[in-house]
Design a protein around this ligand. Structure first.
Ligand code: UD2
Length: 323
């Protein structure tokens, strides 16, 4: 029976992927250092996951975790464009050195395939929509550069060492378990929490920037499909994972506010350094190579997300509270 390793298993995507694999009856090892991952994300898989606490910057630790593994789903990263602008070194070591250490560990352990969490930010602000994988990457901030370096390393390890690698360029994934209360939180989680707490979110810029927001279940299914697809269709390749639709922040704000029962308008602040104006994916390559299709659309994803944060906030009320 195949064995799986999920890096970043306590994170937003990693925990959902680990859970999906375990629900299929697979043997899954998880690796996380809890730098951004949360113990509570492992609650539903506790006892079933072979959990290893470790840091990707520790080459020996990740090499040991790769032993006996057939497939790796590499989700661990220190995300966020603004975090990388503020402190590029820390995110560089996690994202670039960490990915390199994983590749070396996987190569030594004879891992068959790695599916890597790449980022749509690699496209930068160049003209031309929708984004196709054949476009030349033009990353701007350190984070996209780091994620792109990981992609290039993935391709190199396929071409040079025959380790099958597949890169999935995620387009703004959102949904339950995304951390909502960090200064580096994704916009959807941040806005949902603020609105449900009765606080006014701030839109950076005029709100007309667009994103191909993608519900997390779509990314999970893409990982499972990419892991199983024949090597000749996916090895050494890069694929966009998105919905193929662009929604502006102003539009997103309106829908979120309605779902959250929030009636105040947005505040507007200065544009964020290193921000991308627009993002929209062509997803036909993933469709053709491994049958990817978005399972949950934008509005349904927003509804599920807001419902989940509502539930979380209810559960956070102390047992003996009168609230
Ligand atoms: C980038 C990548 C995404 C993923 C992510 C990881 C692009 C197009 N997308 O997401 O695929 O790799 O990085 O972190 O590069 N915003 C506000 N108010 C706030 C917070 C954010 O207006 O309080 C704006 C922000 O300026 C941006 C948009 O919301 O225009 C989305 O920001 P984000 O941080 O959620 O994600 P983004 O697009 O940097």
């Amino acid at each position: 029976m195949a064995r799986y390793l999920v890096t970043g298993c306590a994170g937003f995507l990693g925990s959902w992927i680990s859970q999906a694999l375990l629900e299929r009856g697979e043997i899954v090892r998880g690796f996380d250092n809890f730098e951004t991952g949360l113990k509570k994300n492992l609650a539903e898989i506790n006892g079933r996951l072979d959990f290893v606490e470790g840091d990707l910057r520790d080459a020996d630790a990740i090499a040991r975790a790769c032993e006996g593994v057939d497939y790796v789903l590499h989700q661990a990263a220190l995300p966020s464009v603004p975090r990388s602008v503020k402190d590029p070194r820390t995110s560089h070591t996690a994202n670039v050195d960490g990915t390199f250490n994983l590749l070396e560990g996987a190569r030594a352990a004879g891992v068959k395939r790695i599916v890597y969490a790449a980022s749509s930010s690699a496209y930068g602000n160049q003209p031309g929509f929708p984004r196709k994988e054949t476009m030349v990457p033009m990353p701007i901030a350190p984070y996209p550069v780091q994620k792109l370096a990981g992609e290039l390393y993935m391709r190199s390890y396929w071409q040079v060492y025959g380790l099958e690698t597949v890169c999935l360029r995620y387009f703004n994934i959102f949904g339950p378990r995304q951390v909502p209360d960090s200064p580096y939180s994704g916009v959807m989680a941040k806005f949902a929490l603020l609105m449900l707490s009765g606080e006014q979110p701030t839109i950076f810029g005029d709100g007309e920037q667009g994103r191909d927001f993608t519900y997390v279940a779509n990314a999970v299914s893409a990982n499972l499909l990419a892991m199983e697809a024949p090597a000749e269709k996916v090895a050494g390749r890069v694929f966009n994972i998105a919905c193929g639709e662009r929604h502006t922040l102003n539009e997103t704000y309106k829908i979120l506010a309605e779902l959250a029962g929030f009636t105040q308008p947005a505040l507007y602040g200065p544009e964020r350094t290193g921000d991308i104006q627009n993002s929209l994916a062509d997803i036909t390559a993933a469709q053709d190579a491994f049958g990817y299709k978005p399972l949950i659309g934008f509005e349904e994803g927003l509804r599920r997300t807001v419902d989940w944060y509502k539930q979380q906030m209810k559960e956070a009320v102390p047992q003996n509270s009168l609230a």
